[in-house]
Design a protein around this ligand. Sequence first.
Ligand SMILES: [Ca+2]
Length: 354
Amino acid sequence: MAAASSSSLYSGSKLLLGFICKGKKMPLKFRWTIAFLVVTLSLCFADDDHEMEEFLKREHSLSKPYQGVGSSSSSHWELMGDAMVTTEQVRLTPDMQSRQGAIWSRIPCHLKDWEVQVHFKIHGQGKKNLNGDGLAIWYTKERMQKGPVFGNKDNFTGLGVFVDTYPNEEKHIERIFPFVLAMVGNGTISYDHERDGRPTELGGCNAMVRNLKHDSFLFIRYVRRRLTVMIDIDGQHEWRDCLDLPGVRLPQGYYFGASAITGDLSDNHDIISMKLYQLTVLRSKKEEEEEEDVITIPSVDNMELIRLGQSDEGMSGIAIFFTVLFSMLGCIFLIVIGLVVYSHWNENRRKRFY
Ligand SMILES: [Ca+2]
């Protein structure tokens, strides 16, 4: 796993450096060469040349044995709707029709840079495309409010990352489901369920996450206003890129949560763990100045450009064919007009000479 490996690499390089410093028999030149290699290697694995350290924040994390979750009011997590805790998982919904459930952190998160790793499982009796509807991971101002967006309220304020397992829109030619998608809401933007959230999406990727034998993970990182989503679903313990977007403005002090919903079609939506890491990032003076203003409303820079890019990307083969055809016809038409005008002008010129 990326995060785990970067931290182990970090401590590993410290160990190696210690060994180099203590090793008395090693020639000085050789020691310096190794030290140089270690430092270079560490820098390579740091995020965009910024060294990063991470710390697990237990008060914002959910893991086995889920002590007190759903039974004690002193627990850091609260259940809602049909969600149930067992020894193995927090089941947001069972594989039954018309259920919705959620789990929410009781403690607002005031970290500036963070990373959440979600170990989840979606499984059920339904065959492909006869299952639904999916689950969502949240970082929002609101908490514990039922609704149509994967069991959470619509017009939410903050970030939602959805694992959408059912294609509601019929014209999904180029999109394979299940699909992971991110959206930022400011309290007034509605999630378009019939179109699987496409009008408001920041991007995403397909992810065959149903009925897997191995573990599946979702990774959401928010560092220096950059949102990164990755998945690990192939059982290879490797993160696969899903979304990477700068200029995402999320306020501090929001709540983490997870929710799921079933309709006519259903699935078990399970959360096995949600681990939140605080990231300590070194910032340049310029970056610090840029981030000085406090964010109060979530927003995404250049949202219009992102939407434009997606509508281009979403162009079907037929649309591309007609665009090319009409562009070519247009060019030919202009050339013909040009030739006609030129021959007229030439003729007039000749007449003037004789
Ligand atoms: Ca859907």
